[in-house]
Design a binder for this molecule. Structure first.
Ligand SMILES: [Zn+2]
Length: 100
């Protein structure tokens, strides 16, 4: 067994074949033994999982995917502000024309 999950609160150790299995045990242990709360003292030991490889295209694509909705909302807000400003400006000119 390459990976070991350790809970320092209840002094439990379990062995796992993969990092993912150890992580599953960490989550399951918190749910089963600690009512869904993670113990302050816990760890997974073993070789670190391979770092995810990101290409700039994936990073930019991911950012655009995550912020696409916000950008659309921001664009709609900018259009709404422009319309309101134009209407308000016309109203002020009309009032000034009537009063002046
Ligand atoms: Zn525990």
């Amino acid at each position: 067994m390459q990976y070991t999950y350790w809970c320092g609160v209840c002094q439990t150790i379990s062995s796992h074949l993969s990092w993912e299995d150890a992580e599953d045990e960490r989550m399951g242990h918190a749910d089963r033994v600690h009512d869904g709360r993670h113990p302050e003292d816990e760890s997974i030991s073993g070789p670190l999982p391979p770092a995810p490889r990101f290409s700039p295209r994936e990073i930019i694509g991911g950012w655009c995917e995550r912020h696409d909705r916000q950008l659309t909302q921001l664009a709609l807000l900018a259009i709404a502000v422009a319309i309101i400003t134009t209407v308000f400006e016309s109203f002020i000119k009309m009032v000034g024309h009537i009063l002046g």
